[in-house]
Design a protein around this ligand. Structure first.
Ligand SMILES: [Zn+2]
Length: 47
């Protein structure tokens, strides 16, 4: 089971790919996306 993000309400959806369960329990949407990895922040040196 893996966690996706509902594109409509932003809820975390536990997706069961083996059983093809990909529906958001909050809003009923079947459109989910993979959560974005933490943004890589650019570091700059202090001057
Ligand atoms: Zn949703």
């Amino acid at each position: 089971m893996s966690v996706f993000i509902c594109v409509f309400c932003g809820a975390e959806v536990d997706v069961d790919l083996e059983r093809n369960l990909i529906q958001c329990a909050k809003c009923g949407s079947r459109v989910v996306m993979k959560p974005k990895p933490p943004a890589l922040k650019k570091r700059v040196k202090a001057i």
